[in-house]
Design a protein around this ligand. Structure first.
Ligand code: 4AD
Ligand code: MG
Length: 520
């Protein structure tokens, strides 16, 4: 995969080189500015890890090569202190980015107070409370840069296919995706909601411009803590005139393949930082299986196999492996606890054992969670009733069997939104499609073909108990030049979570809003 070239901007004489471009300056002296991530000191030497937002780099200060003031200043630098330096760039394959900087001069901008986030492990609540600082960590750096790549790739894909970007309103008087997750607000004395989806407005724009997409914030009051629900999330919603369900699925597949491959091309370093194997992601190049809801249910219940693998048996294997792993981890925890009790340990050793112990305890708690969950998932998969919507755990069980995203289509119309097109041959089904990401991630895209029959649509609005007045303008789209059309919605944070293989969506957005969290 060719790496995309990023060109270094021309700089003013006194401005600094950023770390991402250092490898272009080997053998030269550069100015740099940033923050201290970490420091090691040895005899007459100090190793500073500087970050500047564009990357991280090791900078070596040799007492023999700098003034006594500079060497003294390096001693004063605390974690997250800000500073400038000049130094020579030398190639060093062992270092991140393949370079190291030999410091010549150094200027302190600000000495940081004792930084609350130390290299040792912290609990998730502590980190979330310090999100404004946590964003500076290496892992968050990698995730946010991948999010950025995805955002730009999304625009690039749609722009290159002739879609018009539109902004849908955020204040709205209609419930597009059901009344149970609305955030109500007041609009000059009229009841209003924060938008759950821009789709209905997107449909109006598609009738004016052919192919459009929205990219904006959407809001859902999800009163439960899950690893895939945010209260405020960013959704991309393309809408296409003269498209049916199968053309819609073609677009989704091309689209997801394009954006994931952009990450593989542009974010080699970031993927390495978070330990995500690009070879696994590269499987998006393969066709995405298209499975009817009925078949998906049969797979989930273990009645149909996928490449000789049974969903329930696979899950039972998972459970066995988790139990084995938990036993190993437990044993190592006991060992580390004994080591910590030994007399005469050095400070560094204590720190090392403690942080290893913390990591092991977290892994054990993950294992225990799985040991609690898997039997419940197994039971609920086996008992799943045809006609129901999939729950999060059903999606996990189903996608565990696949390496690429899968597209589940033709859903029971009762579980889908009012605007979904009913199959005219078999009115049990609505022409919806959900894209479920592999590796247990589950739904990242929901979409489908839209109902065009005016009377069927009116019936559905009534069935869902929605106020007809709020949808009169929407019905106009069927009255005046109605055409087959389709579209979908991609949840950006769910995409980031899967691409980065994160256990929870809370790390996919700079400042997550979710049940129980509105600060910082
Ligand atoms: O499946 P949903 O509800 O579909 C719609 O909103 C349609 N109007 C889309 C369309 O056809 N134009 O939501 C679409 C996607 C989901 O697949 C999921 O990725 C994401 O939005 N999503 C959420 N992401 C994070 N937190 C939540 N609470 C989410 N709810 C939905
Ligand atoms: Mg959905």
């Amino acid at each position: 995969m060719p790496k995309i070239a990023i060109f270094e901007p021309k700089r003013e004489k006194m401005s600094a080189t950023t770390i991402e471009f250092l490898s272009k300056h080997i053998g030269k002296t550069v100015n740099m500015q940033g923050w201290l991530m970490g420091k090691r000191t040895g005899k007459g030497l100090a190793f500073l890890v500087m970050r500047d937002g564009s990357g991280m780099c090791q900078c070596v200060v040799d007492e023999q090569q700098v003034s006594p003031e500079v060497f003294e200043d390096t001693r004063r630098l605390t974690q997250e202190s800000s500073f400038r330096l000049t130094g020579e760039v030398v190639a060093d394959e062992r270092q991140m980015g393949g370079v190291e900087v030999r410091v010549k001069t150094l200027e302190i901008l600000s000495i940081s107070h004792e930084y609350p986030i130390s290299p040792k492990e912290h609990g998730i609540d502590f980190l979330m409370d310090h999100r404004h600082l946590w964003l500076r960590s290496k892992r968050q750096w990698a995730i946010m840069r991948i999010r950025n790549t995805l955002i730009m790739a999304i625009h690039e894909f749609f722009q290159s296919e002739g879609f018009i970007q539109m902004d849908a309103p955020i204040f709205t008087d209609n419930a597009c995706e059901g009344t149970s997750t609305l955030f109500a607000t007041d609009f000059y004395g009229h009841p209003a909601y924060l938008s759950q989806s821009g789709q209905l407005y997107g449909e109006a724009m598609a009738m004016a411009f052919g192919k459009i997409y929205t990219f904006g914030p959407t809001f859902r009051a999800e009163k439960s803590k899950t690893r895939r629900h945010l209260s405020e999330f960013w959704m991309i919603e393309p809408e296409m005139a003269f498209h049916d369900l199968s053309m819609n699925m073609d677009v989704i597949e091309r689209f997801l393949r394009f954006v994931v491959q952009k990450v593989i091309q542009k974010n080699t370093v970031e993927l390495e930082v978070i330990g995500r194997d690009p070879a696994v992601l590269q499987r998006v190049a393969e066709p995405f299986p298209r499975i009817t809801y009925e078949d998906a249910v049969a797979i989930l219940k273990g009645e149909k196999e996928v490449d000789g693998r049974n969903a329930l048996a696979t899950l039972e294997d998972d459970l066995r492996l988790v139990k084995e792993r938990a036993a190993v981890v437990q044993e190592e925890i006991a060992q580390r606890e004994d080591q910590l009790k030994q007399p005469g340990l050095k400070k560094g050793e204590i720190g090392f054992y403690q942080s290893r112990l913390q990591a092991l305890k977290e892994e054990l708690s993950d294992c225990e969670e799985q040991m609690r969950n898997i039997p419940i998932w197994l039971q609920s998969a086996a008992q799943f009733r045809m006609g129901n919507d999939f729950g999060g755990s059903d999606e996990t069980v189903l996608t565990r069997l696949f390496q690429t995203p899968i597209m589940v289509y033709n859903w029971p119309h009762e579980v889908k939104a009012f605007y979904m097109k009913r199959d005219e041959q078999d009115a049990r089904w609505a022409k919806g499609v959900d894209v479920l990401a592999p590796e247990g991630y589950g739904e990242i895209v929901g979409g489908g073909e839209r109902e065009t029959k005016l009377d069927w649509l009116i019936e559905k609005i009534n069935e869902h108990g929605l106020p007809m007045e709020a949808f009169e303008w929407y019905l106009d789209l069927r009255r005046y030049g109605s055409v087959p059309h389709a579209g979908f919605g991609l949840g950006l944070e769910r995409l980031v979570a899967w691409v980065c293989k994160l256990p929870h969506v809370r790390e996919t957005i700079p400042f997550p809003r979710m049940y129980g969290r509105i600060a910082p």
